[in-house]
Design a protein around this ligand. Structure first.
Ligand SMILES: Cc1ncc(C[n+]2csc(CCOP(=O)(O)OP(=O)(O)O)c2C)c(N)n1
Ligand SMILES: [Mg+2]
Length: 205
């Protein structure tokens, strides 16, 4: 969030026609940097869209143990910017609220905070045993709201595409992801001399 605010400040300073978008989990909003980033972006009316992907858990910690508010979006009030809750499992609803926020940022009206309410279907990582902190019934119930399947149903029911075409897209994306993973494993280790790049200011030269 501080990086988003800093980059947006630089863009505004240079009169660039662009918007910074910053995505984070609801757990991230319990960190001090999050509030500092929002505050500075709000004061300077910077062109940033802050998007919280609220999947109800920060590793094993449920939202109720992270914050005393029901909606992350309500925190926008504390910074004098608009905050919106959106059904994060509804692709088109997310698109609409994001488009409006982007238009506001481009018009010089400053940042927006968007909270997409969704759910994490899998454990946090392959090391995490989510059976220790949530029931199988809860996970099964939420699976019915999977945004990918929901959007697929919308497209098929509306006659926009069919299941075979969606399968082709799925397979293409899977191939791309697998190729990207292989490329990452096969890539040479980074030069140790670059370890602090983007951490400290450097000359443009
Ligand atoms: C400053 C800092 N504190 C703690 C951690 C350890 N940590 C890694 S992921 C995580 C939970 C993040 O939860 P959330 O923001 O909801 O993201 P999600 O895992 O749901 O995508 C924590 C506490 C960290 N990476 N950095
Ligand atoms: Mg989370």
């Amino acid at each position: 969030m501080p990086h988003a605010a800093g980059i947006a400040y630089a863009m505004k300073f240079r009169n660039e026609d662009a918007v910074v978008a910053s995505w984070f989990g609801e757990g991230a909003t319990s960190e001090g940097d999050w509030h500092e980033g929002l505050n500075i972006a709000s004061i300077h009316r910077l062109p940033v869209v802050f998007i919280c992907e609220n999947n109800e858990y920060a590793i094993s910690v449920p939202q109720s143990k992270q914050m005393a508010v029901a909606d992350v979006a309500s925190r926008a009030q504390g910074y004098g910017i608009p905050g919106f809750v959106v059904d994060g499992n509804d692709v088109l609803a997310c698109f609409r609220v994001m488009k409006d926020a982007q238009d506001r940022a481009r018009a010089g009206e400053g940042p927006t905070l968007i909270e997409c309410k969704t759910y994490r279907f899998l454990p946090h990582t392959s090391d995490d045993d989510d059976k220790s902190y949530r029931s199988r019934e809860e996970v099964e119930e939420r699976r019915h709201h999977d945004p990918i399947e929901r959007f697929a149903t919308y497209l098929v029911d509306g006659g926009i595409t069919d299941r075979a075409a969606l399968r082709t897209v799925h397979d293409e994306v899977k191939t791309q992801v697998e190729a990207a993973i292989k490329a990452a494993w096969d890539a040479p280790d980074p030069d140790p001399a670059t370890a602090t790049r983007h951490v400290f200011a450097e000359d443009d030269a």
